[in-house]
Design a protein around this ligand. Structure first.
Ligand code: URA
Length: 241
């Protein structure tokens, strides 16, 4: 059983305070009858809720797509600095969401936050074949030999072997732009792979995870909930090996 305010706030559409007001105004119906209080408890799996006559679809888990800015840690707590959770409103912060994998503090772009540990784990595991795609700008001129090195599976740092990865050159010159596709997430992997080719990264942004791409309408620092379609797409991405 869950309190009505928590249940409706979990959809991301209303804050708990707004739910209280909606209930007071008689705009929330539970199984056809006006909900008596925002503190009333219901079984989320079975209750039929409407707000202003519109059905509310409850989800067991919350999934947020964030366009992560530079300067925020992909963590739930940090003694000193700002974390990506600081970018969410208090009602979403209360849901104990965590980032699905890490982006470096200075990396921007697609970061998912959820309270669904099992799906999050699968998204990150190489076993489930979910590609992560990064846009990178580097110092130096990218060439075909760099693409071949990525394809072969590079060794970086202290003998750390990377799985074969994709490198697509977008522009080449004194600085170059590219898309890097990985199926794993070793520490600073994109930066280390490109640095190993002598092309240090000067800007990095994640643009896709599997078929899910960063919503271009989200400005840096903005977020929205995943749609049902996007969630199905993510789950559909995870073929077992
Ligand atoms: N690879 C990196 O080097 N940094 C990131 O933030 C993500 C992938």
């Amino acid at each position: 059983m869950q309190r009505l305010d928590k249940l409706l706030a979990g959809t991301g559409k209303w804050s708990r305070r707004e739910v209280k007001l909606l209930v007071k105004q008689g705009r929330v119906l539970a199984d056809g009858a006006p909900a008596p209080s925002s503190e009333e408890k219901y079984d989320p799996e079975t209750v039929m809720l409407t707000v202003d006559g519109e059905n509310v679809f409850w989800r067991k888990h919350t999934w947020v797509m964030l366009n992560k800015p530079d300067g925020y840690l992909s963590a739930t707590e940090d003694g000193k600095g700002k974390t990506v959770l600081d970018l969410l409103p208090p009602d979403l912060q209360k849901l104990e969401l965590f980032p699905v994998g890490r982006l470096d503090k200075d990396t921007e772009g697609l970061l998912l936050l959820t309270d669904d540990g099992q799906t999050a784990h699968r998204l990150l595991s190489p076993k489930y074949h979910v590609d992560k795609v990064y846009y990178a700008r580097v110092d130096g001129c990218l060439e075909e030999v760099d693409c071949r090195a990525f394809e072969m599976g590079m060794t970086i740092g202290d003998g750390l072997v990377c799985r074969p990865a994709g490198l697509k050159i977008l522009t080449a010159g004194a600085q170059s732009e590219c898309l890097v596709t990985l199926r794993e997430g070793k520490f600073h992997q994109v930066k280390r792979m490109l640095a190993a080719q002598g092309k240090p990264v000067i800007y990095l942004k994640r643009v896709a995870m599997g078929k899910l791409t960063l919503d271009e309408k989200l400005r840096i620092g903005e977020f929205r909930l995943l749609t049902e379609n996007e969630l199905n797409m993510l789950r559909g991405n995870m073929e077992d090996t």
